[in-house]
Design a binder for this molecule. Sequence first.
Ligand SMILES: Nc1ncnc2c1ncn2[C@@H]1O[C@H](COP(=O)(O)OP(=O)(O)OP(=O)(O)O)[C@@H](O)[C@H]1O
Length: 244
Amino acid sequence: MLNSTLVESAVSARALVVHRAGNEVLHGLEMDLAPGSVTGLLGPSGCGKTTLMRAMVGVQRITSGSLTVLGRPAADEALRRRVAYTSQTLSVYRDLSIRDNVAHFARLVGAGPDDVARTLDAVELTALAGRRVEILSGGQASRASLACALVGSPELLVLDEPTVGLDPLTRESLWEHFHALARQGTTLLVSSHVMDEATRCDSILLMREGHFLAHAPIDELQERTGAATPEDTFLTLIKQEVAA
Ligand SMILES: Nc1ncnc2c1ncn2[C@@H]1O[C@H](COP(=O)(O)OP(=O)(O)OP(=O)(O)O)[C@@H](O)[C@H]1O
């Protein structure tokens, strides 16, 4: 945790350009994420959210510009244990139990059994920990996948739609856990299609077609647009941009 509080921005992008299959997908992004903050990454399908997240965790080559994570270039080998990522596809072994999956990822990052138990508790899977992933419900399986990312207390957590398919109660408790992590210094970037989840974030990065439309707390954006709900706020900002 200490390291992330020593750097001014946990993540910093400058003129970040990324291509995928020959097409420019991110067009010169500028961004700073404060250490210990929870940022929501929102925007229409295909706007580049996953591409940005992949670049941050070092699995997406950047074309030009810079992307600094916890004071080092993204993809730096030294970041491997300090950064965790959950993608939209499950990254767990289906034939292993939840506990064995989490223990496996714990070993990779040097975390112990206590950490495994704490993490299972946080995602409310302690009672099911002995169950194989292949017989879990969709929401349970995605929580198991999330546990594999959370274990070992990474300094940066990049979560691609972690609450999809979860019931409101579980979603509520996960958001509480995200904020508890942030209070301990973890920086979180969480993508979502659920606009109401914007109210749970310290600030929102709103993306459209590979660039940012806004980076501010949702109430500030609501005030700026005069919109009544987060959904209307985003629609207004996007329409304003299209009209400009
Ligand atoms: N594997 C790939 N190869 C080539 N282009 C891709 C690939 N994956 C995504 N793209 C393209 O990159 C652009 C950004 O996609 P990305 O997955 O980052 O968007 P997104 O905002 O995460 O979308 P969604 O909300 O639907 O998950 C899109 O135009 C998409 O077609």
